[in-house]
Design a protein around this ligand. Sequence first.
Ligand SMILES: C[S@@+](CC[C@H](N)C(=O)[O-])C[C@H]1O[C@@H](n2cnc3c(N)ncnc32)[C@H](O)[C@@H]1O
Length: 266
Amino acid sequence: MNIKRPEAGNYESFYREFDSPPMRQFRRDAYGEDIGQHSWVDANELRADIPRLGLSSSSRLLDLGCGPCGPLTFILANVGCHGVGLEQSPAALRIGRERAASLGIEALLSVQVADLNEPLPFEPHSFDAAISIDVILHLRDRQQFFREVASMLRPGGRFLATDAGVLTGDVSNEELRRRSVHGFTQFAAAGRNEQLLEAAGLRVIEIENRTTSALRNASGRLAALQAHPVQPGKQQEYLETVIELSRRGAMSRFMYLAEAREPCTT
Ligand SMILES: C[S@@+](CC[C@H](N)C(=O)[O-])C[C@H]1O[C@@H](n2cnc3c(N)ncnc32)[C@H](O)[C@@H]1O
């Protein structure tokens, strides 16, 4: 049988150096607290989100597009539950395992290389909760992805996702190009994610506009980049574009909290 290995993706070369001393310093300067994230989430936002997931120490949490497992290990260390991270970049998962070991929680973390554009590699209802932080704009069919997530959750299980690519105003083709430096990127119209979550069997229970966190953390990353030029390439132009689009309210970051519906018995 010909098993297709997922592409490592555009983040791979960047993740190889992710935990070097200059990169750690970069994240401390950019976010205030380095939790090993590579997204728009910061420690305070994540702390406030943990209760939304309804986890206990016996729960199983799935992180879809976990990157180097920063947010995932942060939650596991706080809750003491077990977590599974799926990600296309092997370099990110290696860093994630090292992070878990350094926190003394390696027994709580499992990771697997996977392409989220494909069916998820687990039995139905295997998880109590799932997260996907700033990932869905990279996926080709988010309707199919949300269906997969719904099938992975036990009835009543929570799914918390953020999307920093929601179109809430006018955006030029030049801005779209500068905002899409991390490979395949699809920007959703406002209202689209909640419609697709509901259609996938996930009842939306909370939506929050978190554009201010994208603006704050993009500004922090831009200032840190100017102090320590650790990230080569088009990062400056990318961060300036995120800042401009956020300020104008043209592109927004939203958090969606949804719950897997009970199966229909009639
Ligand atoms: C902005 S990063 C967020 C990482 C992590 N969630 C965090 O908050 O630190 C987006 C991640 O999605 C992953 N990704 C993008 N497309 C993917 C796919 N088709 N399958 C698996 N992972 C994917 C990238 O490799 C990257 O690590």
